[in-house]
Design a protein around this ligand. Sequence first.
Ligand SMILES: Nc1ncnc2c1ncn2[C@@H]1O[C@H](COP(=O)(O)OP(=O)(O)O)[C@@H](O)[C@H]1O
Ligand SMILES: [Mg+2]
Length: 370
Amino acid sequence: MSKEYYIGLMSGTSVDGIDAGLYDFANNQARVVDFHYQPYPDEIKKKIHQLCKNHQSVSLQDYGQLDTQLGKLYAEATLALLKKANVDAKDVLAIGSHGQTLHHSPNTTLPFSLQIGDANIISQITGITTIADFRRRDIAAGGQGAPLVPAFHQAMFQTNKENRVIVNIGGIANLSILPKDTQGTILGFDTGPGNTLMDYWISEHKNSAYDNNGEWAATGTIQADLLKQLKDEPYFSSPPPKSTGTEYFSADWLTEKLAELPVYLPEDIQRTLCQLTAETIAKAIQRFAPETERIFLCGGGTHNQTLVKALEQLLQPPIASTATQGIHPDQVEAMAFAWLAKKTLQGQTGNLPEVTGAKETVILGGIYQA
Ligand SMILES: Nc1ncnc2c1ncn2[C@@H]1O[C@H](COP(=O)(O)OP(=O)(O)O)[C@@H](O)[C@H]1O
Ligand SMILES: [Mg+2]
């Protein structure tokens, strides 16, 4: 049987590492062939965080070198994936590389979104045609450049049997609303912080990159005043199309909010941040998809039991992992960018203007030929 192999490389705003997935899209199917996760080394994480945080005074040397370094790491992750899968580079049609977001600024007078990890290097080292820089063409067409995964969610998860919502909980959380009327409009937007504030808070207090299973949060109590203060942020009630990033929901954002309130126990703040993620997701679903019959979760937040329980308490429809639909929650985004690479390689458009706000559909990304 013929094969149509594509690779997806995803490294999101959590700055945890590289999700590298090999997928077979032959016969309009989507099959997981193999997957390799490569955590970022600590010094790389530190460099990324520094550049994200100090964007007022970035050195061009640091920026350029990190672009090169990440390109090499993405190539390395690809080679490790191919080795694990025992597949030859020449059998892969293309790589879709999301890149590492340093800054997402879709609403400024001169909008942009910056993802780095030089695709020239990925293509050169792997010998595989690489597609990258997916967001900026949508921004050029007047869109937010994000989220781009709803088109993939639609292709994979939409059914005429029930109204579904897919929630991806990465550093930032985004959702896709998939009506059972398959001619209906797909909505999708970033709801706000996913794990990013929880990751920041636990790293400050427990020397841990994330709250495993949400165990620390589970020891805390929701602080109503703090939760209200956090939820008052205008982003949450603003209508889509909208997208956001960690430059907005940052450590500084949280610090400012906390400064106006009494001192709370660190675990209470962790629990409240977890509740913020859950309530802003739940509110978005209730407001924009009140007819939802089933919710599927993907992204690393799926592993946070305290968060999942909070969502179950807030929402009526049953909630399950995308694993129940055949795609592991840690792989949905990598698969989405492999799928978007296929679209681009075949000259097909990949954005949904009703989601991003672009004035038209466009072919996404730049092609770096092998
Ligand atoms: N076992 C776990 N328990 C709780 N949270 C987890 C677990 N595994 C991953 N996560 C969360 O998921 C994040 C990574 O999710 P991911 O989907 O890769 O996001 P991104 O796309 O932003 O990189 C981690 O930073 C962490 O917050
Ligand atoms: Mg990640």
